[in-house]
Design a protein around this ligand. Structure first.
Ligand code: GLC
Ligand code: CA
Length: 556
C-alpha cells in the first residue's frame, strides 16, 4: 500500500485521510455579523494547510431556519445567504484543492427543513396527493383524528408526529399528521417513493459536479421505514434496542442498502469516484453493511466516543472496529469528537461514569473537570487513533484542546433538545461555540463582531494566536502529529502488543510502534522517538500519554 497522498486523482484517498470537520456557523466569521461563513473559512485555508489535514468535512451550510443547527435543510442546492453564495462555495473548493485538501459535504436525506419547497407544497395539497407522498402524512387516530397515528417519539423528545391544518378548510379545521423523527421542523421523507430517490441522486450530482470529493450521510440508518398499516408500536428511540436482524420498524432496515447501492452507482459516475461515510447508529454487527464497496465505503465508528479512558475498553473497541472494516474491505474511521458530543478534552477530565447530560445541567459545576488530565488523555487518545490504519475525523477546536463550554446561559441555547426535552437536557451547543483565534477582540478573532453563542473569557487561553507562540501548545502538537503521520508509512497492516492492563501497543508496518499509557507510566521501548503527547524523562512514558517510536528491528 503506497503512502497516503495529496494527489487529487487518487481514488483511495479516503481510506487513510485525516478529515477535519468544520461546523461553518462557528468556525470563522468573514463579515462580522456573528455567524461563521464561507468568506471566513476561505481566509483560513492557510491555517488548515499548516495543520496538515487531508480533507474538510463541511457540516450543513444550506439555507435553513436553523431549527437544528442547519440539519433542517430548506434548499439542498444552495448556500444559506448568511453563510455565503454558490460562487463562494466554488471558490472554497478551488482554494482547498489548490492546497491538495479535499472537501466532503454533509448530505441530509432523512428529512428536509419545513421551509423546503416540497414541504410547503405538501401542506397546501390534499391528503393522498403526489405532494404529500414525498413525506409521511397519515390520518390521526380516534373519531376526530386527534390522536397521533402511532406512539412514535422524536429523537429530540415529544411525539414524532405533528398535526397540520386541513388545507381545504377556511376555518382552520385540523387535518393530517406528518412524521418527524427529529424536530417538527424536520419532516421525514418517504424513501419508498421513487421521486425522493431520484431527487437525491440529482443532489449528489449537483455537488459532485461542483468538485465535491465526498459526502457525509446524515442518519443513514433511518431512511427505510416500515410504514405499513397498522403502524407498529415503538415508544422509544435508542440505539441500544435496535435489534441486529433488520426487523426494527424505523432504523437499520435491510431495504436501506438498496438505496445506498443506487448512491454508489451515482458516486462511481465520477473520476475519481466520490467517497461517502455513513452516520449510522446501527448495531455494531450491522455497521459494515453500510461500508461495503458497492454502498458508501465507510461508516463512522462511534463506539470509542462512548468509552471511558480505559486500556482494555479502548483496545477491544479498536480491534472490533478494525475487524468490522476488514470483513467488507472498508477502512475504519476514528472519531473522538464531533458537533453532537461533549468535547473529548472535557469527557476525559471527568470522573468515570459521569452523566454528561446531568453535568451540563449543573453548568459543569459538579463534578469539576480536571482540565490538565482531560487534555493529557485527549491528546494521548488522538495520537493513538492517528497511529491506526483507517481515517481519522477531527472536530474543529480539538486541535486547540478546547474544552466543552458547559455553562452556557439558558437564554443562549439554540439546540432544539432544550425545549423538546422540557428543559431536562441542555443539548449540544457547548461544543459549537465559535472558535477563539486571537487572545482579544470582540469575539476572540472569530470575526469583527460578536459570536452567535457566547464565548467564555477563558477562551483567550486557547486562542490560535496564543498557541502559535508556544511550541508546547496543543496546536503545535497536532501539527507535529499530522506531519509525522504523513511521513511514516501508513499501510493497512497492524498488530497489537501483548495486553498488559494499562498499555496499548500498536505495531505498524514500516518499522514503528505507538505506545499509550492509561493511568500509570511505562518504560519506553528502544528506538527513535518520533513524537510524544507528553514530555518523557529517563526513558519513561508518563501516565496518560502516547509515543511513536521508530525501531528498525521491527521492520525486519
Ligand atoms: C445527525 C446530526 C445531528 C442532527 C441529526 C438530525 O445525527 O449529526 O446534528 O441533529 O442528525 O439531522
Ligand atoms: Ca458572517
Amino acid at each position: 500500500m503506497p503512502p497516503r497522498t495529496r494527489d487529487l486523482t487518487d481514488p483511495d484517498w479516503w481510506r487513510s485521510a485525516v478529515v477535519y470537520q468544520v461546523y461553518p456557523r462557528s468556525f470563522a466569521d468573514g463579515n462580522g455579523d456573528g455567524i461563521g461563513d464561507l468568506a471566513g473559512l476561505i481566509e483560513r485555508v492557510p491555517y488548515l494547510r499548516r495543520l496538515g489535514i487531508d480533507a474538510v468535512w463541511l457540516s450543513p451550510f444550506y439555507p435553513s431556519a436553523l431549527a437544528d443547527g442547519g440539519y433542517d435543510v430548506d434548499d439542498p442546492r444552495d448556500v444559506d445567504p448568511r453563510i455565503g453564495t454558490l460562487a463562494q462555495f466554488d471558490d472554497l473548493v478551488a482554494a482547498l484543492h489548490a492546497e491538495g485538501i479535499r472537501i466532503v459535504v454533509d448530505i441530509v436525506p432523512n428529512h428536509s427543513g419545513s421551509g423546503h419547497a416540497w414541504f410547503r407544497a405538501a401542506l397546501a395539497a390534499a391528503p393522498g396527493s403526489r405532494e404529500r407522498a414525498r413525506y409521511v402524512f397519515r390520518d390521526g387516530l380516534g373519531a376526530d383524528g386527534s390522536q397521533p397515528p402511532s406512539d412514535w417519539v422524536s429523537h429530540f423528545g415529544g411525539s414524532a408526529w405533528t398535526r397540520v391544518p386541513d388545507p381545504s378548510s377556511a376555518s382552520g379545521r385540523r387535518g393530517q399528521w406528518y412524521l418527524h423523527l427529529f424536530a417538527p421542523e424536520q419532516p421525514d421523507f418517504d424513501w419508498s417513493n421513487p421521486e425522493v430517490r431520484e431527487e437525491f441522486h440529482d443532489i449528489l450530482r449537483f455537488w459532485a459536479d461542483r468538485g465535491v470529493d465526498g459526502f457525509r450521510v446524515d442518519v443513514a440508518h433511518g431512511l427505510a421505514k416500515d410504514l405499513d398499516e397498522p403502524l407498529r408500536s415503538y415508544p422509544r428511540i435508542s440505539r441500544d434496542v435496535v435489534p441486529d436482524d433488520g426487523s426494527d420498524p424505523l432504523f437499520d432496515r435491510d431495504e436501506v442498502h438498496e438505496i445506498f447501492r443506487g448512491w454508489r452507482r451515482v458516486l462511481n459516475e465520477y473520476d475519481p469516484p466520490r467517497a461517502a461515510v455513513a452516520e449510522a447508529w446501527a448495531p455494531p454487527s450491522r455497521l459494515p453493511l453500510y461500508a461495503r464497496a458497492d454502498e458508501l465505503g465507510q461508516a463512522f465508528e462511534f463506539d470509542l466516543v462512548l468509552e471511558p479512558w480505559d486500556a482494555e475498553r479502548f483496545r477491544s473497541t479498536i480491534e472490533g472496529a478494525l475487524e468490522r472494516a476488514r470483513v467488507v474491505g472498508a477502512s475504519s474511521t476514528w472519531v473522538l469528537s464531533n458537533h453532537d458530543l461533549v468535547r473529548h478534552a472535557s469527557r476525559f477530565g471527568l470522573p468515570r461514569g459521569t452523566d454528561l447530560s446531568a453535568w451540563l445541567l449543573r453548568d459543569g459545576a459538579e463534578p469539576v473537570e480536571d482540565r490538565a488530565l482531560g487534555l493529557a488523555r485527549a491528546t494521548a487518545g488522538t495520537l493513538l487513533l492517528l497511529a491506526l490504519p483507517g481515517s481519522a475525523y477531527l472536530y474543529q477546536g480539538e486541535e486547540l484542546g478546547l474544552p466543552e463550554v458547559a455553562d452556557l446561559p439558558i437564554a443562549a441555547l439554540a439546540d432544539p433538545v432544550w425545549e423538546r426535552h422540557g428543559h431536562t437536557a441542555k443539548g449540544r451547543d457547548g461544543c459549537r461555540v465559535p472558535l477563539p483565534w486571537t487572545t482579544g477582540g470582540p469575539s476572540f478573532g472569530f470575526g469583527a463582531g460578536g459570536a452567535h453563542l457566547p464565548q467564555p473569557s477563558w477562551f483567550a487561553d486557547f486562542a490560535v494566536e496564543a498557541q502559535e507562540r508556544d511550541p508546547g501548545s496543543t496546536l503545535a502538537f497536532y501539527r507535529a502529529a499530522l506531519a509525522t503521520r504523513a511521513e511514516v508509512t501508513i499501510g493497512e497492516g497492524v498488530t497489537f502488543g501483548e495486553a498488559t492492563g494499562h498499555v496499548i501497543e500498536v505495531i505498524r508496518e514500516g518499522g514503528w510502534r505507538s505506545i499509550t499509557t492509561f493511568g500509570s507510566p511505562a518504560p519506553l521501548p528502544p528506538g527513535e522517538v518520533l513524537i510524544t503527547s507528553a514530555p518523557i524523562a529517563e526513558g519513561i512514558l508518563p501516565a496518560d500519554a502516547t509515543a511513536w517510536i521508530r525501531d528498525p528491528a521491527l521492520a525486519r
